[in-house]
Design a protein around this ligand. Sequence first.
Ligand SMILES: C[S@@+](CC[C@H](N)C(=O)[O-])C[C@H]1O[C@@H](n2cnc3c(N)ncnc32)[C@H](O)[C@@H]1O
Length: 225
Amino acid sequence: MRVDVLTLFPGMLEGFLSESMLGRAREAKLLEINVHNTRDWATDKHRTTDDRPFGGGAGMVMKCEPICAAIEALQSPGCRRIYLTPDGVPFTTAKAEELSKQQHLILLSGHYEGIDQRIRDTVIDEEISIGDYVLTNGTLAAAVVIDALARFIPGVLGEEKSLTSESFTRNLLDFPNYTRPAVYRGLSVPEVLLQGNHGEIEKWRHAQQLEKTAKFRPDLLKKQP
Ligand SMILES: C[S@@+](CC[C@H](N)C(=O)[O-])C[C@H]1O[C@@H](n2cnc3c(N)ncnc32)[C@H](O)[C@@H]1O
């Protein structure tokens, strides 16, 4: 799979993309990620990518020409062109899985007040928000989308089965996890986890998932079949 990121701040992704599982996935050629500076497609001597908004108001707006030129230069037949934006569709684990099956994604990060609407109308297929808050630019949002989708690419996670019990799989949060020592600061690991009865462990974990989801994310339980 290939992902092209368009950002004004390529340096923000350097460490992120070379560390840990993503770094290994790239080395193993499971995932090709190219980070581009949107400014490289600006044509004036100041490499301008923004301008004042028509109609007035505070802040600047990213211009059509460099972004459209960049996307048109990078796109391939069938690729998905995505703009990261707080007014987009909320990002979910289901969306991450769907995107992980694409051959080629272009992720556009905005800055300032956002981008000219005509970019969205002509060279963007989809708009994604990573949450109900506003970041200074979309580079971290692109990083979040890449990280979440990479986990669904076969071979990226060491142990594939860990995907099946993660939070949001089957609309449940994860169960509590414990490791050694069995007693820490007077707190014991639940007895059922020490007894080796896998049926009982499964039942306990499922009950814990239901309890935690009811407490923190009752909206997820409403989506249960
Ligand atoms: C300051 S924000 C623009 C906010 C925009 N004026 C609004 O109110 O919807 C600048 C850029 O950060 C990115 N961004 C900010 N918050 C985001 C979020 N929650 N999800 C995805 N991208 C976000 C977008 O790329 C956006 O163009």
